[in-house]
Design a protein around this ligand. Structure first.
Ligand SMILES: Cc1cc2nc3c(=O)[nH]c(=O)nc-3n(C[C@H](O)[C@H](O)[C@H](O)COP(=O)(O)O)c2cc1C
Length: 606
């Protein structure tokens, strides 16, 4: 009887390749790791029978390696093929067959498999092939290159320099370092991937002040939107004398289109917990809370599991690892109010009060949860901290620009080819993210602009896409980094509707406590909706600008202060569209609405 072979199946968190979910990775000793995307039941069965059982790759589902090899050190076992050109027919099948025919001619068809790839992470470089296991990647391959590809690269294991693609990966995964790699429900697996190393080192070898200094050196700024320097926030919370102090992880992610925090909580909960523990150690907190929106049940489950597992091992609770320091963590659920992501509203919500904001100062670092000094940090901010403590502040500060250091995770969605999470060094251009990493426009309709920062942000129009992303550059353009949502819009998106959409979100989510936000937002929405119906009047745009100013100056919290941003940004770059609606009247508005409903190109209608 044949011996049963043991093949472990591990669940991991999200890789962030939203365009190809769900994903399966097959790791075989001595062979390249293969990542499959768009895996339905049928594909999963085929992966088991075909790949695991017979060692054959599955056609059309493979996401090629992002690690590009430079040399071929052993036999080529597979060739992945993908046409990466835009606006042209798919040449993948033709090339696949041509390569196969050439391999057959040289007696290699049985040893080298040729399969089409779902995505190789390369765009606009013509026909692209990747040789496995080396990862050597060729771009702009022509029919005439195929013979040399087979005779030189496959037979002689020589690299064809003129075709070699050697551009570096634009991404740098620090926050996402373990996402898609570890089993998020296994502490042992997290420990194997260096989780809690930084925390144990800090606890046993460093003082809280040293941890704060490391984070200050790193230049890390809050990733929840406001961009406040994290080390400074911790220092401010450490200073005041108090019998109790608290740390809170803000996991109330509510921006439309944002899924960064969710992916990190689900994919690497131990990174966030370790970050919270380091924050607690640095400021001297006795208790920490994860404030997680209730719509994220998997994130809640995995964080709870991480808390339970670390408590069992003595990493959390009384007298941690015999150090004399005690700290514990718990989860509080947010009930779905966007404003509860604002610090003072969040604190009120945890205390069991109505989640509406309070005027600041006093800031939570002085008077926060139950009147005690409290540090509130975003999920992504906390997830970066263990890496920083383990590798040093300077290592993190080497990424990014002078004033915006490190990396930032963005959730790229909308009219983009490959919607996904990306993590890039600060200073990477919007164009590189949209075109270089995510493959550019969907359906070849030209991109009109990219909304960053959600309802508190603004639009970066196409001519400004080369802007390097930094806190300063984005604010100069009237937008913000925000928490990292990036919504790509194309020429068929109407900016009047986009402005109204974001404003409506803020109007719906306003807590109603202060009049500028409650009344101003509502009045402005009425005006925008009136314009969208072609009933706008010439003075409306001035009135909108005046309301925006009043809201920015007089609103109690960030929700009302920033709600005008998408409106002002749309007016700044696309005022013509608003004027066209006002001047064109109802028939113009009806014409556009009809064209949009029929899926026609707006350019052909206007
Ligand atoms: C209306 C509103 C909603 C917010 N929502 C969130 C949120 O969901 N997550 C978050 O981390 N920060 C959110 N913030 C920002 C937080 O108030 C705060 O700045 C952040 O949690 C601080 O952490 P950081 O310094 O690590 O960014 C929101 C702010 C406002 C005004």
């Amino acid at each position: 009887m044949a011996a049963k072979c043991q093949i472990p199946i591990r669940r991991v968190g999200s890789y962030g390749y939203a365009f190809a979910d769900p994903l399966v990775e097959v790791k075989t000793a001595g062979a390249p790791t293969i990542l499959y995307g768009l895996v339905d039941e049928e594909a999963a069965a085929a992966i088991v029978y075909q790949h695991v059982g017979q060692g054959k790759l599955l056609d059309g589902h493979i996401i090629g390696s992002r690690q590009r090899g430079k040399t071929i050190d052993g036999p080529v076992t597979a060739i992945l093929v993908r046409d990466s050109s835009r606006d042209e027919g798919d040449k993948t099948e033709f090339f696949k067959e041509s390569i196969h025919a050439e391999l057959t001619e040289h007696g290699l068809a049985d040893t080298v498999q040729v399969v089409s790839a779902l995505d190789l992470g390369i765009y606009d470089e013509g026909l692209t092939v990747q040789l496995l296991p080396s990862g050597v990647t060729y771009t702009n391959v022509l029919s005439r290159d195929i013979t040399r590809l087979v005779t030189e690269s496959v037979q002689k294991q020589e690299v064809l320099d003129h075709l070699l693609y050697s551009s570096p990966d634009l991404q740098e995964r620090i926050v996402l370092r373990n996402c898609g790699i570890i089993d998020p429900e296994s502490l042992d697996d997290a420990l194997r991937h260096d989780s809690y190393k930084g925390f144990v080192r800090a606890l046993t070898e460093q003082s809280p002040e040293q941890v704060i200094d490391t984070v200050k050196t790193s230049g890390l700024r809050g990733r929840g939107g406001a961009g406040f320097p994290t080390g400074v926030k911790w220092e401010l919370t450490r200073k005041p004398e108090a019998d109790r102090k608290f740390v809170i992880c803000n996991a109330d992610e509510g921006d439309p289109g944002a899924f960064m925090d969710r992916s990190v909580l689900e994919g690497d909960p131990h990174a966030v917990l370790e970050g919270l523990m380091l924050a607690a150690f640095a400021i001297g907190a006795c208790k920490g809370y994860f404030y997680i929106r209730a719509e994220y049940p998997l994130a809640v489950k995995r964080i709870q599991k991480a808390i339970d597992q670390t408590r069992e091992r003595g990493l959390l609770g009384e007298n941690i690892l015999g150090s004399g320091w005690s700290f514990d963590a718990a989860i509080r659920l947010g009930a779905g109010a966007f404003v509860c992501g604002e610090e003072t509203a969040l604190i009120a919500s945890i205390e069991g009060r109505r989640g509406s904001p309070e005027p600041r100062p006093p800031y939570p670092s002085v008077q926060g949860l139950w009147g005690k000094p409290t540090s509130i940090n975003n999920v992504e901010t906390l997830a970066a901290v263990p890496w920083i403590v383990a590798k040093g502040g300077e290592a993190y500060a080497r990424f990014g620009t002078e004033k915006s250091k490190g990396t930032k995770v963005f959730a790229v969605t909308g009219k983009v080819l490959n919607a996904q999470l990306v993590e890039v060094p600060m200073g990477t251009s919007v164009r590189d993210i949209i075109f270089g990493i995510c493959g550019g426009a969907q359906d070849a309709v030209p991109i009109k602009g990219v909304q960053t920062g959600g309802p508190s942000g603004g639009i970066i129009p196409e001519p400004y896409l080369d802007t390097p992303i930094t806190y300063e550059n984005l604010s100069e353009l009237g937008s913000i980094m925000g928490s990292g949502g990036m919504l790509v819009m194309n020429e068929n998106d109407c900016m009047v509707d986009v402005a109204a959409f974001y404003l409506k979100f803020c109007v719906d989510e306003s807590c109603g406590k202060c009049a500028p936000c409650r009344a101003g937002g509502y009045q402005m929405l009425q005006l925008l909706q009136k314009i969208a119906k072609g009933r706008g009047e010439p003075g409306d745009l001035d009135l909108i600008r005046r309301i925006c100013k009043a809201m920015q100056c007089a609103s109690l919290c960030g929700l009302g202060q920033t709600a005008p941003n998408p409106v002002l940004s749309s007016l700044r770059f696309f005022e013509d569209e608003f004027l066209a609606y006002i001047e064109g009247g109802t028939s113009y508005a009806r014409k556009l609405k009809k064209a949009r409903a029929e899926g026609r190109n707006l350019k052909d209608v206007v």
